[in-house]
Design a binder for this molecule. Sequence first.
Ligand code: PGA
Length: 245
Amino acid sequence: MKKIIAANWKNNGSKDFVKKYFSYLNENLEKNSYNEIIIFPPDIYCSLALELRNKIPARLGCQNISINTKNSTLTGGTTFKMFEDNFYEYVLIGHSENRANEENISLSLKVKLCETMKIIFCVGENKFDRDNNLVSSKIFSQLDDLIEVYNDSMDIVVAYEPIWAIGTGVTPSAKDISSTHEIIKKYLAQKLPSNKEKDIMVMYGGSVSFDNAKEILTSQFVDGVLIGGASLDVEEFTRICNMQI
Ligand code: PGA
C-alpha cells in the first residue's frame, strides 16, 4: 500500500551534503517505488534541491513559511509564494518546534495561506498531556485550527508527532500510534463529513529509524512517517523509502 516517507532535515545540511544526498538517492532509490517520498530541506538549499531532484521520484516541501499578510516589509523569512514559485509542493504546518516559537501566529491563517499546496498538519501531545490522560483533548484542539478554515479543495495530511518522542529515541508502541491515528481519523471524519475516514491520511513522526519503521508503517491507520534525525543518514533514509510495505 502506498505510504508517505518524508525527510525533515530541519536546520541541517550544506551544499556538499545536499549534492551527496541527491546523488545517493539517484543511484539507490527504487525508481518505481510506489511510496511517496518527500524531502524538506532548509530554505536556503531549496533551489539546489530543486535542481538536483530532477531524476528522482521525490517531491519537495518547505519546513515552515513566514507570514506577511499585510504586504508590508518583513526582514527575513521565506513566504509561501516564494516556495510556490520554486515548485515546492508540500508545506509543514504546526511542527512542534515552530509552534513553540510562534505562539502568536495563527495556524489557521497559515493553512488558509497555503491552501494551494499539500499541507502536512502536525499535531501531538507533550509529556504532561500524556501523563495526565489529555492526549485526545490536546490533539482535538490542535485539529480545530485546521477544521476552522478547511475547505474541500484542500489537500491535507495529518502528522501525529508526540513531542516527547521527537529526537529522543523513544516512541509510543505501534499499538498506541495506531489507536491515536484512528482517533484522529474519526474526529476529522466526524467534523468534516465530506471526508471519509478511510481517505484521511495520518503519518507518524518522532524517533523513526530503519529499526522501527517497518513495524510502524505496517500498523493499521498509519499512512506514512515523518523522519527527522534518521533522515540525515541518506543510506538509512533510502532503506526506509525502498521498503515494500
Ligand atoms: P525525529 O524528528 O525523527 O528526529 O524524532 C521528527 C520530527 O521532528 O519531525
